[in-house]
Design a protein around this ligand. Structure first.
Ligand code: ATP
Ligand code: MG
Length: 442
């Protein structure tokens, strides 16, 4: 195939047969968000480049290496969002939400763009679900975000995922830590990768996030931020842990978590899965008390998290999770002749208005070919109408699974047969779930 007829490296198509997985996941995420009092915010896919360079951090991998940046025809520098937070902060300041009822709680879902080396769980176009809370300084807010993230993962059926938390302090206590870190890494400078040699001068904490095995090993013995927290940050971290313990959410404190973006302060956290290989962080987040202020808004303690939907779906697939099947057509109506085509369109419209999935022939092919198609698309019932059926006002409805056939009137009788089928399907589902429940209860 010609190169231009294939999807760009690092992007993926979601085909109709798979989109139900995505719809299921997105529906669950937004439903869970609502339970926590979050409503969706939609921001543009692209922003002025400075929204990201100035706020995500000049020394981060995202800004240094991964952004899709271009000049538009008006000679502006534009960047496709590599993440949502900066754009969401821009939006809530621009529209004055930060001066309204606080905290502001907003969630989002959509595509992100990073020029990375594509591999399993690492794409150039990927999708995030995330949430932000503006105007809440209390550790209860950190705990609520973590609990929200946990509920989101549970709502789609993820098992076996661990929560790791850390505190990376505030600009005050981090100053001293940076010095200690710099001194430690300087003593092993020769062994660091070239990028980390550069990071040593510009932002030594980035080295803790390096993916190179040698740097990782060196970082293992580096001083940890937790030993340098000021009283306020330390108390805050204790408060977060206390809240998590109170609801019985288990976690480990991992002093290695620093997160890849510059704006974080105090609490940072990740949900990590052992089921999807090297790109194991499904969800990451934390507090960013300085960002709103830095972006021109008021001083406003805030926090958020983001998770990768590709990685989430990979976890679910590797755990053999069940996704809802795409809904099959309730009926396929085959036609013979022009009058039948018109009649079928009329019947389909009536059925669709009642919420049934009704499909009819739009190709003009033979009845045999039409029925083959009905079978392929998994229609629950089929019928064929021609001049006789129109004249009698009756058709033969065939159950595609059992082969059972029944003669019915083309109007209300047909409709009630479809209703009956739906009701018995719903009753079966209830029986299934009560049987499941009874088994569960022994
Ligand atoms: P990583 O350390 O894996 O590069 P990150 O720290 O760059 O992740 P964040 O910016 O925190 O990731 O993004 C939050 C989540 O978005 C990640 O935990 C991951 O699930 C997902 N994600 C990030 N980059 C990619 C990517 N290139 N492809 C797929 N998912 C991604
Ligand atoms: Mg990354």
């Amino acid at each position: 195939m010609a190169k231009f007829n294939t999807a760009i490296k690092g992007t993926a198509d979601v085909l109709p047969e798979n989109s139900c997985k995505w719809q299921f996941v997105e529906r669950k995420l937004l439903d869970t968000a609502r339970l926590f009092g979050f409503e969706e915010i939609r921001v543009p896919v692209f922003e002025h480049t400075e929204v990201f360079t100035k706020n995500v951090g000049e020394t981060t991998d995202v800004v240094q290496k991964e952004m899709y940046t271009f000049q538009d025809k008006g000679d502006r520098s534009i960047t496709l969002r590599p993440e949502f937070t900066a754009g969401v902060v821009r939006s809530v300041i621009e529209h004055g939400l930060v001066h309204g009822a606080l905290p502001v709680k907003a969630c989002y879902v959509g595509g992100c763009y990073r020029y990375e080396k594509p591999q399993a769980g690492r794409m150039r176009e990927f999708h995030q679900f995330g949430a932000e809370m503006f105007g809440a300084a209390d550790p209860a807010a950190d705990a609520e975000m973590i609990l929200f993230a946990d509920s989101v993962l549970k709502s789609v059926g993820v098992n076996n995922i661990s929560l790791e938390i850390n505190s990376i302090g505030c600009p005050e206590c981090r100053g001293k830590y940076h010095e200690a870190l710099k001194a430690y890494f300087a003593s092993r400078k020769d062994e660091l990768c070239d990028t980390c040699k550069d990071r040593l001068e510009r932002n030594p904490m980035r080295i803790l996030d390096c993916k190179s095995p040698v740097c990782k090993e060196i970082a293992d013995k580096a001083p940890v931020m937790l030993d340098y927290l000021c009283d306020e940050c330390s108390e805050h971290f204790e408060g977060v842990k206390e809240h998590l313990n109170a609801v019985g959410l288990s976690f480990t404190v991992n002093p290695k978590i620093v997160r890849g973006l510059d704006y974080y302060t105090k609490t940072v956290f990740e949900f990590v899965s052992g089921d999807i290989g090297a790109q194991s962080t499904v969800l990451g987040g934390g507090r960013y008390d300085g960002l709103v202020d830095q972006m021109g808004g008021p001083k406003m303690p805030s926090l958020g998290f983001a998770m990768g939907l590709e990685r989430l779906i990979m976890v679910l697939e590797s755990q053999g999770a069940e996704f809802p099947e795409p809904q099959k057509p309730d009926i396929y109506i085959g036609t013979m002749g022009k009058a039948a085509k018109l009649k079928s369109t009329e019947i389909c419209t009536m059925l669709r208005n009642e919420g049934f999935i009704a499909v009819t022939d739009v190709t003009g092919r033979s009845v045999k070919a039409q029925m083959k198609y009905a079978d392929k698309i998994g229609a629950v019932f089929s019928t064929v109408i021609g001049d006789d059926e129109i004249n009698n006002g009756k058709c033969v409805l065939k159950n595609m699974l059992t082969g059972e056939q029944k003669e019915l009137g083309l109007g209300s009788e047909l409709m009630s047969a479809l209703y009956d089928a739906q009701i018995s399907k719903a009753l079966d589902a209830i029986t299934d779930s009560t049987e499941g429940l009874e088994k569960l209860l022994g």
